[in-house]
Design a protein around this ligand. Structure first.
Ligand SMILES: NC(=O)c1ccc[n+]([C@@H]2O[C@H](COP(=O)([O-])OP(=O)(O)OC[C@H]3O[C@@H](n4cnc5c(N)ncnc54)[C@H](O)[C@@H]3O)[C@@H](O)[C@H]2O)c1
Ligand SMILES: O=C(O)C[C@H](O)C(=O)O
Length: 347
């Protein structure tokens, strides 16, 4: 039951555990070698994300790094009979080994929110963590695609870009803020209200990843529901924007979204690998370097390819309500981006 649920969730990955022997044989001959690292692998997101990456037959080597606890997580995950070889690395001394040869580095390292906090309240701790990890990425796997999960994403992605620029390794096609959870939430909430099959729903979510900077475009949702009033669309927008806070409050001091985030992170990493492997028309929303607004980074649909970002897609037609949302989010997003850039350059 659990296995089938997970396999269904990783909808674009072929089946994993039950068919692992077949996958291993097929994979080794026809699927490229892909080393994926999870930095922060012993954490609330890191552990289920490591599990989901272990179930992904596109991964051949899974590198689990944290400042503590990774030997246990790696030993546990390594017993699952799927394609990838699992290695656990603990502490800075082992970071180089964890990163060398990586195709994708997923970063959920850092502290989560408690009730009453904004994502920006995490900046003081997480900015330094991200900066340190990105410095190592620039040194040991400068060509890897970086999937940034650590909050505040609106600032940690700009921090990463500045670190890579300083190191001379920046390639805007290879840096992604992971905002897939906003899309996952928008799909779920929309399907509930529109009374449509959630598996068929698509909703782009643009802007950034905090409060009003999260802008779901329900006018572009498919299948399009004609039965939703303006009030319902406003409520759906607000619920998507506050989805993270909903979980933080429900967890009452024990962290933020971990399981849904692991799912979303696994979907996004899977899409990145498909792009690297040459699968056509892989499109996901992500916070990337962008020129579709006046801001240097923005979430929009992005076509993924063999080098990472192949094309940053435009916003498409917006409703009046969405146009207002877009205008309203720009100042906050701009200031979060600038805060990250300033931090990276002054410290
Ligand atoms: N992008 C999103 O949509 C999204 C969603 C949910 C959570 N998050 C963010 O993800 C981050 C992690 O959340 P969590 O619930 O897993 O937190 P957690 O505290 O459970 O786990 C974080 C892990 O990071 C590790 N860590 C700390 N410093 C490190 C370093 N220098 N190198 C490697 N590992 C290090 C910790 O040891 C811990 O295991 C938070 O910043 C949270 O806000 C983002
Ligand atoms: O809300 C948080 O702090 C975590 C994450 O950004 C989320 O959207 O769930």
């Amino acid at each position: 039951m659990l296995r089938s649920a997970i396999q269904h969730s990783l909808r674009r990955a072929t089946s994993a555990s039950q068919q692992s022997i077949t996958c291993r044989n097929l994979s080794s001959s026809s699927t490229p070698h892909r080393k994926v690292a999870v930095l922060g692998a012993a954490g609330g997101i890191g552990q289920p994300l490591s599990l989901l990456m272990k179930l992904n037959p596109l991964v051949s080597q899974l590198s689990l790094y944290d400042i503590a606890g990774t030997p246990g997580v790696a030993a546990d995950v390594s017993h699952i009979n799927t394609r990838s070889e699992v290695m656990g690395y603990v502490g800075e001394d082992q970071l180089a080994q964890a990163l060398e040869g990586c195709d994708i580095v997923i970063i959920p390292a850092g502290v989560p929110r408690k009730p009453g906090m904004t994502r920006d309240d995490l900046f003081n701790i997480n900015a330094g963590i991200v900066k340190g990890l990105c410095t190592a990425i620039a040194k040991y796997c400068p060509n890897a695609l970086v999937n940034m999960i650590s909050n505040p994403v609106n600032s940690t992605v700009p921090i990463a870009s500045e670190v890579f620029k300083k190191a001379g390794t920046y390639d805007e096609k290879r840096l992604f803020g992971v905002t897939t959870l906003d899309v996952v939430r928008a799909k779920t909430f929309y399907a509930g209200k529109a009374n449509v099959n959630v598996a068929e729903v698509n909703v782009p979510v643009v802007g950034g990843h905090a409060g009003i900077t999260i802008l779901p475009l329900f006018s572009q949702a498919t299948p399009q529901a004609n039965n939703l009033s303006d009030e319902v669309l406003t409520a759906l927008t607000k619920r998507t924007q506050d989805g993270g806070t909903e979980v933080v409050e429900a967890k009452a001091g024990k962290g933020s979204a971990t399981l849904s985030m692991a799912y979303a992170g696994a979907l996004f990493a899977d899409a990145c690998m498909k792009g690297l492997n040459g699968v056509p028309d892989v499109v996901e929303c992500s916070f990337v370097q962008s020129s579709i607004t006046e801001l240097p980074f923005f979430v929009s649909k992005v076509r993924l390819g063999k080098n990472g970002v192949e094309e940053v897609l435009g916003l498409g037609a917006l409703s009046d309500y969405e146009k207002q949302g877009l205008e309203a989010l720009l100042p906050e997003l701009k200031s979060s981006i600038e805060k990250g850039i300033k931090f990276a350059n002054q410290s």
